[in-house]
Design a protein around this ligand. Sequence first.
Ligand code: MRU
Length: 347
Amino acid sequence: MLPTVAWENNSVVMIDQRLLPGKEVYIRCRNYKKVVYCIKTLAVRGAPAIGVSAAYGVALAVLKSGTGDKMKFFQEVAFAIEELRQSRPTAVNLFWALDRMTARLNSLSNLPVLEIKKKIIEEALLIEKQDILINQKMAKNGAKLFKKGTTIMTICNTGVLATAGVGTAFGVLNEAHKQGKKISVVACETRPLLQGSRLTAWELKRAGIPFRLITDNMSCHIMSKGLIQSVIAGADRITANGDTANKIGTYMLAVLAKHFKIPFYICAPTSTIDITLKTGKLIPIEERKAEEVTSLKGVKTAPDAIKVYNPAFDVTPNELIAGIITEKGVVRPPYIKNLKKLFKEIR
Ligand code: MRU
């Protein structure tokens, strides 16, 4: 199986996550517009995977430009980057990757167009390669937090399908399992789009990690029975104070975890931390179409012409988070101070 997103023969290949687990179909993107389409429709999803895809989208825009005129070339690419920016609003990894590609482009402006093309493809490949390494580091840092025999609840999909590597929260679970910690997982199905049941259950099964699947509304009951010792989730954007946007339902798990005195962890690369936003109130939350709530896999589950809410993400307040696992280590409260310190060290 190919990685989730890969650069192959001057095009981007990605597994169509909308069809999993039923079918393993690969989409080949030959231009950046197809990448925009894949991100918008969730053929590719998960914050780091969106970032890598966007970087490859820029590489395609650069590669496919037919003009030799430098000014026109930069205008064309800037237009493509703007379109990629509009594909999804919440995961900051998208903007992080586009900003990094833009900075690289600007640093190359004195070179001939052909040379720029080569170096931009190299930069996108590097983003993918670095994500793989970052995933491995997070997995090691996070696995230390779990004692032998822990049962851990998780939500959405944070694995191979959501990143270029082994995953964020899923990577931690996988590492703890490989280290022989005899962990088991309870995966929430993650309505409305079922990333938990369609994708995480698929990955857990393939990895041989013992698990049970539950519907999201079973989480309280399962925790109340003492069946869960820890909760771990990924992130789409973490603000300077540690507030964390992640898949809708994450906040609910954090509140429950607090009630039952269970530690709740977030695992995300530092590229998911948006230090420019003070609090989670400032994070743009994607609203998706009503049909995702009023139907399930094309079958209507609600009457016609009704109003729904369909936010794709929620924001967990920092006070509910026991630790943020990153590739640089586990950040603990107070997040305002400790995230600032982490960013000083990175720069
Ligand atoms: O709407 P999605 O499927 O892109 O949402 C994904 C999530 O919320 C993940 O938990 C998050 O991106 C972290 S993935 C490593």
